[in-house]
Every structure is written in structure tokens, then in C-alpha cells.
Design a protein around this ligand. Structure first.
Ligand code: LLP
Length: 424
């Protein structure tokens, strides 16, 4: 398990490459990922039989390709994510070792997703009973996994809690019998069970899932050969937060799995499905400070990235570490500032708490034209980007072995209006 680093408010480089040089080469705002961090996080989880990356966290095809080269398989929640997985070299169907490289996990099929699932023989993890009937109509005799809602959940925000009665996710744990009957009717086999109770949770809540999973496997019976612990592993975004004890976490799941194996009389594969854990700390959003101004008690640093680039603060009051890239070696005092973006909306503030309350952050004194880095932005950063205020999506850059490579061009203004047309 990695030890949480200290968060410094000033820095000059990412993975040994000068931030100023990256900014000059690729422009700002730009997401900059350190490939080595992703690889380290994969290695942390190698006790699990299979790591299935929840690509929703950061689905750039270069990231998918990187994790694929390190033996990680992938989850897809939409037709778009299936296309990305295929583009990055993953295949549908099942490998000789019995692994589904791509699993479609969702609560509905839209028309495109169902079509792709059939066309590429993608394994489906059904999050609603209706999906069983819809899949069966196209692929009778299929093998499926059920995503179950165990009746409880937990996340870093109520918006990321995916269990319990308030959640739309998964199949309610008391509906297993109904699903078994539906499946039997169409010759469908339930080969796996999956539970994901929320994102950014803690060991106490994650541990409860093991027992719920055991009960569910017993209800489904011995067709189950795979169980998935879901994702949810937290990463520290500030000095008060920490990682989950991965050894303890694995030991709990391994014990639960072994008990099930003994009861069911065959081996059971244990999967984990992290998104944030693999991607968050590798990513940094590099911005340029474009204005510094005072509003009464508050000093604002206004940068060229907004919630169109990083939506987590406005959506969840999420805290991201921030650092300033000083352009010279002059001594810098720390000052309390509010960091905001360029959007025409008051909520476009990176230093805010849940509920939209603006807060201050102690950062080095800076000047217009210097760079500012929003850190731990690799997960749910660029993927949640939008074109609000007609801002192009940011560039993405990955540093591999000390070399920055462009992995997504900044959108052009033609890209921005692609598909739109004037009235006849
Ligand atoms: N598996 C399933 C079925 C999920 O729904 C998710 C996340 C994951 C795995 C990965 O969870 P992770 O390991 O990343 O916690 N936008 C929010 C997070 C939403 C998570 C959605 N589902 C945020 O920025 O915090």
C-alpha cells in the first residue's frame, strides 16, 4: 500500500518534466498524467485474480491501452465505452483462460449498447431485471452476471453512494429469486455476482459487502464462478485522508471467497473494479493564472480552467490539492485565496465546500501568467468535462519514461460546432 504523500503548495515538475515547458508545448488547460503512477497502483492490487478498470474514471484510449498492457481488463458502461475498449485493443467474447476482457455494466441497455453487445459478444453485468429479458430476446442461452444492490451503500458524497433504497443502481438483493426464474426461462446462466456500494468509501463499509456477497451467492447457487468486489477504493485528496489497508481488504475478500469455494465445490474468481484508485493521483490539471483580484475579504486567482474541465468541486464540494508553479526563485509568502475559473457562473470555484460555500486556500503569492496545478485530477476529471460556455475540451498529455506525449488534442472550434447546422 502506498504511503500518502505530503501535499506541497508549490511545485515545478510532473514526473520530472517541467510544468512550464509542458504548458508552453501543449497549452493550457491540459490534463497531464504520469503513467508510472497508474502502473504502481495496478501493482498494488495484484493479489486480486483480476483487475477490471472502471474506465468511466478516465477513459482516454491511451490510458486503456496502458492498463491493458499491464494485464488489466475493462468495464464499460455505455456503447461509447465499449467502442473505446475495442479501439484500445480489448476484445469481446471470452479468452482461453475464461476471462471476459470487456464487461458491460449498466442499469439499462440503450439501442446502441445492446447492438454492440450482440455484435461483439460482450459479457453483460445486468443492473436491472429487465436487462435479462432484453438480452435473452437477442441472445438466448447467454451467460450473465448480476449487479446486486445489497440494501446498503456508502460514498464520499451522497451522490456517489450506489447502494440502498435511494439508489437506482443494481438489482435489489431480495429480487434474486425473480432473476433466477427469468434467467431459467430463457436458458440464461448466472455465472457471476457483482456489488459496488459507492465511490470513495471506507474499509468499514467495503467490508460489509463480503457478507452480503456470500449470502447472495448461496441464493444463486453453484453456477457462480466469479464474484466482483466492485470499485470504491478511496485515495487521499488531502493530508487528513488515507488509503484503505489493501492487505486487510484483500484478506477479507479472499476469506469470503474461500468459504464460498468450499461450499460450492469449485473455484471462484475474485475481481476488483477500481476507477479512482488507478487514475486519480496520476492526473494533474495544469492551468494558467489569468487574473488576480480582490473582492472585499477574498483574493481571487482566476485560471483558464473551469468546471467545464474539472466538475468535482462544484458537483460534490470535492477538495483537490492545488499548487503554484512559481516562474522565478523569488521567496513567496503564502496568502489565503479563492481559486476560480473563467465561466459565467458563480459556482465556477475550485475551492468550495459541498453546498457551494466558497472557501479560501493558503497558496503561494503568484502573478498573472504563472501556472497553477489542480492535483489528483486524473479520475473523474477530463471525462466529466463539458463544452459549457463553448469552451473546447482540454488537451491530455501522458508522461511515459520522462517523455510527455499528447494523448488528446485540445478540441478545435470546428470540433466544438461539429454536427450543428444553420436553418434552411
Ligand atoms: N464500478 C461501478 C459499477 C461503478 O459505478 C463505479 C463508479 C466504479 C466501479 C468505480 O468506482 P471508483 O473505484 O472510481 O470509486 N464522479 C464521481 C464518482 C462517480 C463514480 C461512479 N461509479 C467523483 O468524481 O467522485
Amino acid at each position: 500500500m502506498p504511503t500518502p504523500g505530503t501535499f506541497s503548495t508549490s511545485r515545478q515538475d510532473i514526473a520530472g518534466v517541467s510544468i512550464a515547458e509542458i504548458a508552453q508545448q501543449f497549452g493550457t488547460p491540459a490534463f497531464v498524467y504520469d503513467a508510472a503512477v497508474i502502473v504502481e497502483r495496478i501493482e498494488d492490487l495484484e493479489a486480486f485474480d483480476l483487475i477490471r478498470y472502471a474506465q468511466k474514471a478516465c477513459s482516454n484510449i491511451a490510458v486503456l491501452d496502458l492498463v491493458r498492457r499491464h494485464g488489466v481488463v475493462v468495464d464499460a458502461v455505455s456503447a461509447g465505452e465499449i467502442h473505446r475498449a475495442l479501439r484500445a485493443g480489448y476484445q469481446g467474447g471470452v479468452t482461453a483462460e475464461g476471462v471476459h476482457e470487456i464487461v458491460y455494466t449498466a442499469d439499462i441497455f440503450d439501442a446502441d449498447a445492446l447492438e454492440l453487445v450482440i455484435e461483439h459478444d460482450i459479457h453483460v453485468n445486468c443492473g436491472s431485471p429487465d436487462m435479462i429479458d432484453q438480452l435473452a430476446a437477442r441472445k438466448p442461452g447467454a451467460e450473465i452476471t448480476l449487479r446486486l444492490n445489497p440494501g446498503f451503500g456508502h460514498g464520499h458524497s451522497q451522490k456517489t453512494n450506489t447502494g440502498g433504497q435511494q439508489s437506482k443502481h443494481g438489482i435489489w438483493y431480495e429480487q434474486i429469486e425473480d432473476c433466477k426464474q427469468r434467467a431459467a426461462q430463457y436458458g440464461i446462466t448466472i455465472t457471476g455476482l457483482h456489488m459496488h456500494i459507492g465511490s470513495g468509501t471506507d474499509l468499514e463499509h467495503l467490508a460489509q459487502v463480503c457478507g452480503a456477497m456470500q449470502q447472495a451467492v448461496r441464493k444463486v447457487g453453484n453456477s457462480v464462478t466469479t464474484i466482483s468486489a466492485g470499485g470504491g477504493l478511496p485515495v487521499p485528496y488531502n493530508a487528513d485522508q488515507s488509503y484503505v489497508d489493501l492487505e486487510k481488504y484483500f484478506a477479507l475478500w479472499d476469506e469470503a471467497r474461500k468459504e464460498l469455494e468450499a461450499e460450492q465445490g469449485h473455484s471462484i474468481q475474485l475481481e476488483i473494479e477500481p476507477g479512482r484508485y488507478l487514475a486519480a493521483e496520476s492526473g494533474n490539471l495544469v492551468t494558467e493564472i489569468r487574473a488576480i483580484k480582490r473582492m472585499g475579504e477574498n483574493m481571487f486567482y482566476l485560471v483558464d480552467a473551469g468546471f467545464n474541465n474539472l466538475a468535482r468541486p462544484i458537483m460534490y464540494g470535492a477538495y483537490h490539492p492545488i499548487s503554484v508553479v512559481a516562474g522565478d526563485e523569488s521567496p513567496r509568502e503564502e496568502v489565503d485565496v479563492v481559486v476560480g475559473g473563467p465561466l459565467c457562473e458563480s459556482g465556477d470555484i475550485f475551492t468550495q465546500e459541498e453546498g457551494g460555500f466558497v472557501s479560501q486556500r493558503s497558496l503561494p503569492q503568484a502573478e498573472v501568467g504563472e501556472y497553477l496545478v489542480l492535483e489528483c485530477a486524473g479520475a473523474y476529471g477530463s471525462v466529466m468535462g463539458s463544452n459549457y460556455n463553448s469552451k473546447p475540451l482540454a488537451a491530455e498529455v501522458m508522461i511515459v519514461d520522462g517523455q510527455p506525449q499528447l494523448i488528446r488534442q485540445r478540441q478545435s472550434y470546428d470540433d466544438l460546432m461539429r454536427g450543428e447546422r444553420l436553418l434552411d
